[in-house]
Ligand binder design. Structure first.
Ligand code: PEP
Ligand code: MN
Length: 346
C-alpha cells in the first residue's frame, strides 16, 4: 500500500497516519518529496481495513493498494512520467538528453578536449569515470580525486553537467561534491549497502542494469534508493549477458518500452557497453531514440586507440559529431511523439 499525503499536510497529521499504520501491524517507509510526503506501507496485515481507515484520516489525499513489489517506482503508484532535474536539465522531459565522454578520465588534455568536442557536437552532459570498476585488479583503476577535479575543470570550461561513477559507500560524499549525477555501475546494481547510502546522497542517480539482472531486479534496486529517501533515479539499459558473442553484451532494446510500462522513472540507453564495438554504436543509438528512451550515455575519446579502458567501443570526436548529426531527424520525431504523449496525458 502507498499513502499519498495532501501537499500541505501537517507534521501531526503525518505522524498520526504513521501511528495508525503501525496499529494495523505494518511498518512505515516515508518519502519526503518536493510537494508531498508519501508513505509506503510494508508487511502483512488487513489491507482492506487499513485502506478504508486511512482514506478517512485527516491529511490523507489517497490510499492505494500496489501489487508490484517495487512500490514507489511503479506506474501504479505514479502515472505521470518523473522528470529528474540535473544541472538545469530535465531528464525524462521533452528534451532528448545525450551524455557523452570517455570511459575513464585519464589526464587534463584528454578530458578537456573531449568535453569541448562533445559540447560542440550537442551533448548536454559529460561522462567520465574517476573510480573504475575493472574486471582485472591489474588494470587502470581510475584517477580518483584527481579525476574528479579534472571533471570539475571541464564543467567550468563547458557548462556541461557531470556524471561519474561511485563504487563504494565510502566514496559517496566525495563523489557527490563533484558530480551532478552519480552513476551506479552494472557491477554494483545489487550492492545493497551502496544503494541505501545513495538514498541520502542528495544527488540524482543513474542506475545501470546489472550484467545478468532481470528488469524486475533493476526496479527493486531503484526501489532501494527511493525507499531510502532519494526519488531522483534514472534507469540505464546497457546490455546484458547472453549466449551471443558477436557483441560485448546483448542490447536489450525491449527493456526500454517494458520499463516505460512498469515505471515512471526515466530510462536512458548505453549503446557503447551494449555493443562493445564502435561501428555498432550509431545504429543502437538510433534504436534508442526510436523506441522512446529519454536519452543516451555514449563513450567518446579523442584518441580511442590510446584509451586506458573501453577504446574499442569509444567513438572518436569526429564519429560522435557525425552520429549527432545523423540522429537529428530521429530526435525531431522523438520530440513530436513526446509532445503528443504529453498532450494525451493532460
Ligand atoms: C562505464 O560506464 O564505464 C561502465 C563501467 O559501465 P557498466 O557499469 O555499465 O559496465
Ligand atoms: Mn566503460
Amino acid at each position: 500500500m502507498i499513502i499519498s499525503m495532501r501537499p500541505h499536510a501537517t507534521r501531526e497529521e503525518i505522524e498520526h497516519v504513521c501511528e495508525r499504520i503501525r496499529e494495523f501491524g505494518y511498518r512505515v517507509h516515508s518519502i519526503e518529496g518536493e510537494e508531498r510526503v508519501v508513505i509506503g506501507v510494508v508487511g502483512m496485515g488487513d489491507v482492506t481495513a487499513c485502506l478504508e481507515s486511512l482514506e478517512a484520516t485527516p491529511g490523507v489525499e489517497r490510499a492505494m493498494r500496489i501489487s508490484a513489489p517495487y512500490k514507489f517506482v511503479s506506474r501504479e503508484f505514479k502515472k505521470e512520467d518523473s522528470v529528474i532535474k540535473v544541472n538545469g536539465l530535465d531528464i525524462g522531459g521533452d528534451e532528448f538528453i545525450v551524455m557523452a565522454g570517455p570511459c575513464s578520465v585519464e589526464n587534463e588534455k584528454q578530458i578537456m578536449e573531449t568535453a569541448e568536442g562533445v559540447a560542440k557536437a550537442g551533448a548536454q552532459m559529460l561522462r567520465g569515470g574517476a573510480f573504475k570498476p575493472r574486471t582485472s585488479p591489474y588494470d587502470f583503476q581510475g584517477l580518483e580525486l584527481e579525476g574528479l577535479k579534472l571533471l570539475r575543470k571541464a564543467k567550468q570550461a563547458t557548462g556541461l553537467g557531470i556524471i561519474t561513477e561511485v563504487m563504494s559507500d565510502r566514496d559517496v560524499e566525495l563523489v557527490a561534491e563533484y558530480a551532478d549525477c552519480m552513476q551506479l555501475g552494472a557491477r554494483n546494481m545489487q550492492n545493497f549497502a551502496l544503494l541505501k547510502t545513495l538514498g541520502s546522497c542528495g544527488r540524482p542517480i543513474l542506475l545501470k542494469r546489472g550484467l545478468s539482472s532481470t528488469i524486475k531486479e533493476l526496479l527493486m534496486s531503484a526501489e532501494y534508493i527511493v525507499a531510502h529517501g532519494n526519488p531522483n533515479v534514472i534507469l540505464c539499459e546497457r546490455g546484458i549477458r547472453t549466449f551471443e558473442t558477436a557483441t560485448r553484451n546483448t542490447c536489450d532494446i525491449s527493456a526500454v518500452p517494458v520499463l516505460n510500462e512498469l515505471t515512471h522513472l526515466p530510462v536512458v540507453l548505453d549503446p557503447s557497453h551494449a555493443a562493445g564495438k564502435r561501428s555498432l554504436v550509431p545504429a543502437l543509438s538510433r534504436a534508442g531514440v526510436a523506441i522512446g528512451a529519454d536519452g543516451l550515455i555514449v563513450e567518446v575519446h579523442p584518441y580511442p586507440e590510446k584509451a586506458v579502458s573501453d577504446g574499442a567501443q569509444s567513438l572518436t570526436l569526429d564519429g560522435f559529431r557525425q552520429m549527432m548529426r545523423d540522429l537529428q531527424p530521429y530526435i525531431r520525431l522523438w520530440k513530436e511523439m513526446r509532445s503528443l504523449e504529453t498532450a494525451a496525458v493532460a
